[in-house]
Every structure is written in structure tokens, then in C-alpha cells.
Design a protein around this ligand. Structure first.
Ligand SMILES: C[S@@+](CC[C@H](N)C(=O)[O-])C[C@H]1O[C@@H](n2cnc3c(N)ncnc32)[C@H](O)[C@@H]1O
Length: 360
């Protein structure tokens, strides 16, 4: 599937990315510098800096902060509009390409009777119009949009989280693995490359994303079994996988759903199997300014569950779900040879837990 955009549309998107880069690399560091000077000059205690309302009353009044947030919101809306407009000209061909039955390895199993949860159908995640399911072109739109959203820091393949997972898993043998909320699927490719003999499985709520993931995997010669399912209630037998993981899934669901997902992950893992959750770190593990800037997304970037996830004690949640040997691994953009952004060196948090051998 060829997603090359016309020069006209690519130029428009490049302009949007340029404004995002201006915000990320030029304006936001100045906002941070002004915040740091104010905090140091006034010897503001850390507890006050971690008080969102208090910090909002200070940083939120800085015109440079206001300009940066306004531009961030407007460019996010522009970005999705431009991607959708760019693909509109090819809509018919792309849709029929996605519907075409192609033979190849792997499989796609959709479940038209699956009841999609309201938190999923009613949220336009990252402000993507139609959310992650309504538009048949959700997959291509998501992939191109996310590349621009991330300012191309992670390259075209979006491999950085798969690489982070491999670092955390540290060479452990894997024979059958499952990715929860796999979306367009490309972040799994480093895992597929590292474990070419393993049986690869991906589940997601979105039929549109799964169709795209399947088509993309065939185009890239990857063998993956995709199934439409809710990670909160997996239609899969117990004790089946030696690795279950998810990447930026849990910040897209309410805390109650996270708890159900953790229990399901435990159930389908074989005893001794490993679970990994990859996401950005919790607020408490970030400096107060970064946490404050990140939290902006909760109310302004189509991320209603972002705050809930980043304030959760994931170690305790994992223990409560029944995992043992629960630990964090932090992987930085340095280790992955990527640039940082206005939040400093980008880092992922991998939360690892093991299914006890005595459990079943
Ligand atoms: C932010 S996207 C991440 C996609 C992919 N993991 C990636 O990193 O590119 C979150 C994904 O989780 C899926 N999702 C959300 N809630 C889910 C649930 N309860 N069960 C299965 N998938 C879910 C969405 O459809 C979407 O594909």
C-alpha cells in the first residue's frame, strides 16, 4: 500500500510539523527557562511545584506558555485535517486495497458482533477525527499523523518502542507472544525480527486498524495473526503465551479497564510468562514542569485517560493483579539513538511482571 503524498499535501504537512518543531524546540524551552528562574528566585518548594492548580496559576499566565499551547492545539487539528485531505484523493483505491483479500502468511479475524466500549467510541484520541475506528482509512491516517505528531524523531518505521521492549526483555526466549491494542501493528516489527520463529498475535478493538495492520504486515512480509477483541475480556485460552505486552494502550483506557486488562494478561500468560507495559513515565518520576506540560494533553489533546494512567501506581496495580517480580525499566531516547524533545531526553517506562509458576 503506497502512502506517498503529493508534493502539495506533503508541503502543507511539513509546514504544520515545522510549527510543531518551533513549539517543541524553540518556544517550550524558553517557557521552561522562565519557570526555572521563577522557581529558583522564589525558592518554591517541590510540593508546591507539583500542585497543578498552583503551577497553572503561575506558568499558565505566561504569554509564551499560552502561545505554545495555542499553537500546539491548532497544529494538532491542522495535522489531522491535512493528512485526511492528502489521502482523500486516493480514498477509493486505498479502501479497496484494504478490502482486497490477499493471500499470504498470518491471518485477520474480525468480530462484527464485538461491543465496543463507550470510552473507545466516544473519544477522538489525540484529536483524530472519528477516533480510532470510524473512518475506514483510520490506519493510514493514524500512521502518517503520528509520524508528524512525533516530529519524525523515531523514523518512518516507528520502531522505537519495539526496540525498548527488546532491551527490557533482554534476550529471553519467546515462542508465542501477544500484543494487546496493537493498532496499525508496525511497532511489533522489531519483536518479529528478533524472534522470527515465534508465533505472533495482535488484538485490537478497531476493525479499521486491524485491516490496515494485516495489509501492512503482508506488504512487509511479516506473519502475524490479528484478531478483533477487547483486551479487557480476551477470547483466548488461559496459559497460552510466554510474552504478553502493550504499547501506549493503558493511557487510552479508564483505570477500571486497566485493572481488567492486567488480569486478562495474567490469565493468558503461561506460568513463568512475562508481561510488559510500555508507556511514558508516571508524573511522580518526572520533574514538576515536565509533568505539568504532559498533563496538558489530558484536557486539551483528546487524552481523557492520560492523567489517570500517569498518576497510577503501576507497580502496586501489577502486584494486585497477581504478578510477581514486578519492576520498572527505563529506556531513554539516547539508548534508542533518537533525539529528545522539549521534555528533555525522551524516555519510555517498561513495567515488567511475571506470572507466578504456582498460578494457572
Ligand atoms: C494509542 S493506540 C497505540 C497503538 C499501538 N500500540 C502503537 O503503539 O502504535 C491505542 C490502541 O489501543 C487500542 N485499544 C484501546 N482500547 C482497547 C481495548 N480495550 N482492547 C483492545 N484494544 C484497545 C486502540 O484501538 C489503539 O489501536
Amino acid at each position: 500500500m503506497d502512502l506517498t503524498l503529493s508534493r502539495y499535501h506533503q508541503a502543507r504537512l511539513d509546514l504544520v510539523s515545522g510549527i510543531k518543531a518551533l513549539v517543541g524546540y524553540q518556544i517550550s524551552p524558553k517557557v521552561r527557562a522562565r519557570y526555572e528562574k521563577w522557581a529558583a528566585d522564589n525558592a518554591v518548594p517541590e510540593a508546591k511545584l507539583r500542585d497543578r492548580a498552583f503551577l497553572g496559576g503561575q506558568v499558565g499566565r505566561d504569554p509564551l506558555y499560552q502561545a505554545s499551547r495555542g499553537l500546539q492545539r491548532i497544529t494538532q487539528e491542522m495535522m489531522w485535517r491535512e493528512v485526511a485531505a492528502a489521502l482523500e484523493a486516493q480514498r477509493r483505491e486505498l479502501e479497496s486495497d484494504l478490502d482486497r483479500v490477499v493471500s499470504g502468511n498470518g491471518s485477520l479475524t474480525l468480530d462484527p458482533s464485538l461491543k465496543l466500549p463507550a470510552y473507545f467510541t466516544e473519544t477522538e484520541f489525540h484529536l483524530q477525527p472519528g477516533g480510532l475506528w470510524r473512518d475506514p482509512l483510520t490506519g493510514p491516517i493514524y500512521e502518517i499523523g503520528v509520524q508528524h505528531f512525533n516530529l519524525h524523531r523515531f523514523g518512518k518505521s516507528g520502531a522505537e518502542m519495539g526496540l525498548a521492549l527488546l532491551q527490557a526483555v533482554a534476550g529471553r526466549p519467546v515462542t508465542r507472544f501477544l500484543e494487546l491494542g496493537c493498532g496499525p501493528g508496525y511497532k511489533m516489527y522489531p519483536v518479529l525480527d528478533a524472534y522470527p520463529q515465534a508465533e505472533a498475535n495482535g488484538i485490537d478493538l478497531s476493525a479499521a486498524l486491524l485491516k490496515y495492520a494485516h495489509r501492512r504486515a503482508l506488504d512487509h512480509g511479516k506473519t502475524v495473526h490479528y484478531r478483533q477483541m477487547n483486551a479487557e475480556a480476551l477470547d483466548l485460552p488461559a496459559n497460552r503465551f510466554d510474552l504478553v505486552y502493550n504499547m501506549i494502550l493503558l493511557h487510552e483506557v479508564p483505570v477500571a479497564a486497566t485493572r481488567r486488562i492486567l488480569r486478562e494478561a495474567l490469565r493468558v500468560l503461561e506460568p513463568g510468562g512475562l508481561y510488559a507495559d510500555l508507556d511514558l513515565p508516571a508524573y511522580r518520576d518526572l520533574d514538576p514542569f515536565t509533568a505539568f506540560m504532559m498533563d496538558w494533553d489530558t484536557d486539551n489533546n483528546g487524552e481523557p485517560f492520560w492523567r489517570g494512567y500517569h498518576e497510577l501506581d503501576m507497580k502496586q496495580e501489577m502486584i494486585d493483579a497477581g504478578f510477581t517480580d514486578v519492576r520498572f525499566v527505563q529506556v531513554t531516547s539516547d539508548a534508542l539513538k533518537n533525539q529528545g524533545n522539549y521534555q528533555g531526553k525522551w524516555s519510555y517506562r517498561v513495567v515488567l511482571g511475571t506470572k507466578p509458576r504456582a498460578a494457572s
